[in-house]
Unconditional design. Structure first.
Length: 414
């Protein structure tokens, strides 16, 4: 049967879960903390991990993030906690956890969740989401035309946009049929020559330049200089300002220039809200097809609420919200009430800002106003009424002000 790793610092819970799962015929391995879990994961990929939130050396959320960022989240993970909150469950789902069990864990709930997770793990890898499959808005229609024009060229492409726009969705549109796809974030940890051999006549995709170490930058510089000879296309993305990467984070300016053969701006989700229902349906269909969740579909009311939301975290947040609703909806139809329950967790978050006193007065005032209203929208979970009361502005005036500052509201009235 399945290989299951149980990670919990409480001996009683570990032994109880061991007995229950072993009685079901599973092979169970126990780890008392995050360090032991890392060692167990390094020795071989388990079919499923039951991971506690609170542990003495590192919490489960941190370990989950570590696995996800390192490409090691290749098995379903079920989080467990006796002190969990909705925020914690949403955060775990956002990172990639499949489900969340609250202690004390009921036997039937445990077995049903484990069974579903193992089924999902058997065929978890779905075809990547691609704009070839969605996008009827003018924004995406025009972008696809531009991408189609450059798809046959070999020039490097630098994509820019906000965090959470899922650059891989757009980069995949440039991939030629049968071309090799190399995840640069992980491949660049290896030797440059090894990557060149893997990536010939393919695509090397770097999801976020700001996260590359100096050593990874060196490997990428070596590869970029030889890309044309081996018919390799380098596609990269950054949500940071390239000049800031160079001046403040020590990014190599020559490498940035080499990566910027063609620069493409990726739109935030608020710029094409008409595509949201279609994208959400595709995301949910993938979860159902890969048996991540039971059969589910969105009601028209739920899709309307998703469409009207501001989505500060863009496609990443939409995907996390769809996963959360897919797992927590009590009925086969995901209703408007499910969306209303989940979306507050994805409302605009407080922004951190440091205003430069070197700006001209007009620009400094606009920067302050933008930070001010973004802060209060986050505090009010997007409520225009509450922000109007807080700022002392009439709502019509507030709408005009937010529009002038380029702040999407989602028009939440209460």
């Amino acid at each position: 049967m399945a290989q299951i790793l149980v990670v919990d610092d409480e001996v009683g819970i570990r032994e109880l879960l061991y007995e229950i799962l072993a009685d079901e015929g599973h092979s169970v391995q126990l780890a008392e903390n995050a360090t032991a879990a890392r060692l167990a994961r390094a020795r071989g990929r388990p079919d499923l991990v039951l991971l506690d939130i609170w542990m003495p050396d590192a919490d489960g959320i941190t370990l989950l993030k570590e696995w996800a960022s390192g490409g090691q989240l290749t098995m379903p993970v079920i989080m467990m906690s006796g002190h969990g909150t909705i925020d914690t469950a949403v955060e775990a789902t956002r990172i990639g956890a499949m489900d969340f069990l609250e202690k004390p864990i009921a036997l039937q709930k445990l077995l049903a969740t484990v069974k579903r997770a193992l089924r999902a793990g058997e065929s978890r890898h779905a075809a990547p989401l691609s704009i070839a499959n969605f996008g009827r808005s003018t924004v995406l229609t025009e972008l696809k035309k531009r991408l189609a024009r450059i798809s046959s060229t070999g020039a490097s492409v630098l994509m820019r946009g906000e965090k959470g726009v899922m650059p891989e969705v757009y980069a995949r549109y440039l991939q030629q049929p049968d071309a090799q796809w190399i995840d640069g974030t992980h491949a660049l940890q290896e030797g440059s020559q090894d990557v060149l051999q893997q990536a010939a006549a393919g695509v090397l995709f770097v999801e976020e330049l700001a996260l590359l170490s100096r050593n990874q930058q060196k490997h990428l510089t070596f590869i970029a200089a030889r890309a044309e000879k081996i018919n390799l296309r380098v596609i990269s993305f950054t949500a940071a300002e390239p000049k800031h990467l160079i001046t403040s984070q020590g990014f190599d300016s020559a490498l940035m220039q080499a990566l910027s053969g063609i620069v493409i701006a990726l739109p935030p989700l608020r710029d094409h809200p008409e595509d949201i229902p279609e994208i959400a349906n595709l995301m949910l269909e993938q979860l159902v097809e890969t048996r991540f969740c039971p059969p589910r579909s969105f009601s028209t009311g739920a899709l309307n609420i998703l469409r009207q939301f501001s989505w500060p975290g863009n496609l990443d947040d939409l995907a996390a919200a769809v996963r959360t609703m897919a797992l927590t909806s009590l009925e086969e139809k995901v209703e408007a009430s499910d969306a209303e329950r989940v979306l507050p967790q994805f409302a605009r978050r407080p922004v951190e800002t440091s205003l430069s006193l070197d700006l001209p007065l007009r620009e400094a005032r606009e920067a302050f106003e933008r930070a001010y209203f973004e802060h209060h929208l986050a505090q009010a979970s997007g409520s225009i009424v509450r922000v109007a009361e807080k700022s002392g502005l009439e709502r019509t005036h507030l709408y005009r002000k937010l529009k002038a500052l380029g702040i999407a509201t989602g028009r939440k009235e209460d």
